[in-house]
Design a protein around this ligand. Structure first.
Ligand SMILES: NC(=O)c1ccc[n+]([C@@H]2O[C@H](COP(=O)([O-])OP(=O)(O)OC[C@H]3O[C@@H](n4cnc5c(N)ncnc54)[C@H](O)[C@@H]3O)[C@@H](O)[C@H]2O)c1
Length: 349
């Protein structure tokens, strides 16, 4: 496949780019290089003849048209977005512009290119979204998000992603654009930007700082290892039914407190504290995020039955891989801690 991947210098996009190139796909990585981007994430493939980088902003329609005309992609995988819920609380404007208007521009640029090319049957626009569009679940383990769960977004971030999902479906219904959608749970793994919970906990633990847990730590997420997610995304891009959406989960629900305690236990084993004791002694409970959704959980039945996909690791296995990666890659994360807002408490409303 010849793939145009947007947001390929970010966390998940770069995992998709690395995996796609390693499987022999041609990849054009389109990214504006915002604060959240890091081209080192794709250093492993940067010299490959299969890889091209295009610095462009999805808010710039003319730039998108030029990239479509130049590269003639067969499949678009649209991941570029503002992605941090806490930042969306402090400054929703960028989320509206990139996640909604930017997706609109991508759809229009893709449609124009697809029509001019004679509507090739193999073309598809894969929109990558979040389970946060479905709102918040109770603790009843029998209730999970399915692909038909009604949308009920609560944060500026999830509302902007929900709007983008609606636009993508509308472009299929109205213009016949061949689209496929995925909504995934919380990702974690190598190259996770150090403002998100898991890298914050690992790096604060190693620095002897507090490990901040919002509220009482009872919020539940379904943790998905990023390299499993990239594998699922390529599968959907290739084999997903047109017009269909697929939920992608890690099948590993944990409360935030359980997750942080597991991370501390892994760190205690891999890098024992100099003065003795456990990293879990550094856990502190801080003011909750306003509107903090209680629980997200994915019903994985559709992708399991229709595309025969399941995650390859448990969250304990994935966290062990992640901790080992952060211990070995200080040269990657250290400079990123200097970026604007990183290490600060954001989104208190
Ligand atoms: N991280 C998660 O747990 C998670 C969960 C569900 C869904 N998602 C979705 O997956 C996608 C990728 O998430 P991520 O965690 O890798 O995000 P990220 O913040 O790590 O990366 C986003 C990338 O998009 C680029 N970008 C931002 N605005 C842009 C613009 N206007 N034009 C071009 N590029 C722009 C950034 O430079 C960055 O490289 C997003 O659409 C997000 O909503 C993420």
């Amino acid at each position: 496949m010849k793939l145009l991947v947007t947001g390929g210098a970010g966390f998940i996009g770069s995992a998709v780019v690395r995996l796609a190139v390693s499987r022999g796909h041609e990849v054009i990585n389109l990214d504006a290089l915002t604060y959240a981007a890091c081209l080192e994430n794709v250093a492993d493939v940067a010299e490959s003849p299969l890889y091209t980088f295009e610095k462009a902003d999805i808010r710039d329609r003319a730039a998108l048209d030029a990239i479509f005309a130049k590269h003639k992609p067969e499949v678009v995988m649209h991941l570029a977005a503002e992605s941090h819920v806490d930042r969306s609380i402090d400054g929703p404007g960028d989320f509206i512009e990139t996640n909604i208007t930017g997706t609109y521009n991508m759809l229009e640029a893709a449609r124009s290119y697809w029509v001019d090319a004679g509507k090739p049957e193999s073309f598809r626009f894969h929109h990558i979204s979040t389970d946060e569009v479905f709102g918040s679940l109770s603790s009843d383990p029998d209730v999970q998000f399915t692909e038909t769960t009604a949308y009920d977004p609560r944060s500026p971030y999830s509302a902007s992603k929900a709007a983008s999902d609606h636009l993508v479906r509308a472009w299929q219904e109205t213009y016949g654009l061949p689209v496929v959608l995925t909504n995934c749970s919380n990702n974690y793994g190598p190259y996770h930007f150090p403002e998100k919970l898991i890298p914050v906990v690992i790096l604060n633990a190693l620095a002897g700082k507090d490990l901040p847990i919002y509220g009482d730590g009872s919020n539940v997420r379904d943790w998905l290892y990023v390299e499993d997610h990239a594998d699922a995304l390529l599968l959907v891009a290739e084999k997903g039914a047109l017009g269909r959406s697929y939920n992608i989960g890690g099948e590993n629900e944990r409360s935030n407190l359980e997750l942080v305690q597991t991370l501390c236990a892994i760190l205690d084993e891999k890098q024992p504290k100099a003065g003795g004791g456990s990293y879990s002694d550094q856990i502190t409970f801080v003011t909750d995020r306003p509107g903090h959704d209680a629980r997200y959980a994915i019903d994985p039945t559709r992708i399991r039955n229709e595309l025969n996909w399941r995650p390859s690791v448990t969250v304990e296995e994935g966290l062990a891989l992640t901790v080992a990666w952060y211990l070995a890659n200080e040269t990657w994360w250290r400079p990123l801690q200097e970026r604007h807002g990183v290490g600060k408490r954001l989104g208190t409303g």
